[in-house]
Design a protein around this ligand. Structure first.
Ligand SMILES: [Mg+2]
Length: 266
């Protein structure tokens, strides 16, 4: 979960800013948490405290109505409508907020079911649901089953139908100014960044350097990388310094809950 938040904060200043350059500084005063972190906290709060996913998402997003980068158009309307209904969305928002579910449930059926429930309140298009299920499941595979990266790549294709694009293609369309906003695009791109990197930090850097939806790509890639490498302590310390107290409380609750069962690789 902190892997997602680190990716979001590091990627935040490039989402609508200048293209990232190799060797860029990870944390600056221009960075902030964005909608990815807010929604990640909301989903974790729902599971940890027995709240309805929709109620928790609405509560957190209304509490933080104007984050850096704002919310996607359709999701913004969803947050502010009187009676929010699913929008048939396949935006990448369902996948960027799901990471805690990959840690808080151990049975694959539960992971798939909860990921679906967390998605369908807003992102009920089959691709929106699939994106969330895939990321939660990959996190669970990595932390509990210790699957290798190549096993993960094979299973992602077999069970979810995602073919991970080569890195050069991702970089090319990013450099052309393409903005990946859908699960179908961002999920396989973020997974490719994880596959090709050799550390947690490199995963985040690669995802940001691909440009496009930098914060969400780094958020999703970081959420997966955390289950494989663990996030470095210094990056965790930096990231939490950007977060308000109510988010830190949920984060603390989350790590307290998983501390005996996290199964992280050393
Ligand atoms: Mg964002």
């Amino acid at each position: 979960m902190i892997g997602a938040i680190i990716g979001d904060i590091v990627g935040s200043r490039f989402e609508f800013g200048a293209a990232p350059q190799k060797g860029f500084e990870l944390f600056t005063s221009d960075c902030s948490y964005t909608d990815d972190t807010i929604c990640t906290i909301a989903v974790a709060d729902a599971v940890l405290n027995g709240r309805d996913y929709k109620e928790s998402l609405l509560d957190w997003c209304r509490r933080y109505p104007d984050p850096m980068g704002s919310y996607g158009n359709r999701f913004y309307q969803w947050i502010h409508s009187e009676d929010p209904q699913p929008t048939n969305s396949f935006g990448n928002g369902s996948a960027m907020r799901v990471s805690s579910i990959g840690w808080l449930f151990d049975e694959w059926e539960d992971v798939l079911e909860e990921a679906k429930k967390s998605a369908i309140v807003s992102h009920n298009h089959p691709e929106g649901v699939k994106g969330a299920q895939c990321i939660a499941e990959v996190i669970c595979w990595l932390r509990l089953m210790r699957f290798s990266k190549s096993d993960v790549e094979r299973k992602v294709e077999k069970f979810f139908g995602y073919e991970l694009p080569p890195m050069r293609d991702i970089k090319k369309i990013g450099a052309q100014g393409h903005f990946d906003g859908t699960c179908q695009e961002t999920v396989p791109m973020a997974l490719r960044c994880f596959m090709d990197a050799n550390s947690f930090e490199e995963t985040i850097r690669l995802a940001v350097l691909c440009d496009g939806d930098t914060d969400t790509k780094a958020c999703i890639a970081g959420s997966v990388a955390e289950a494989y490498y663990q996030a470095p302590e210094w990056m965790i310390e930096k990231a939490v310094s950007y977060l308000p107290d109510d988010m830190l409380e949920i984060l603390g609750q989350f790590y307290e809950r998983i501390k005996d069962s996290c199964g992280q690789r050393k």
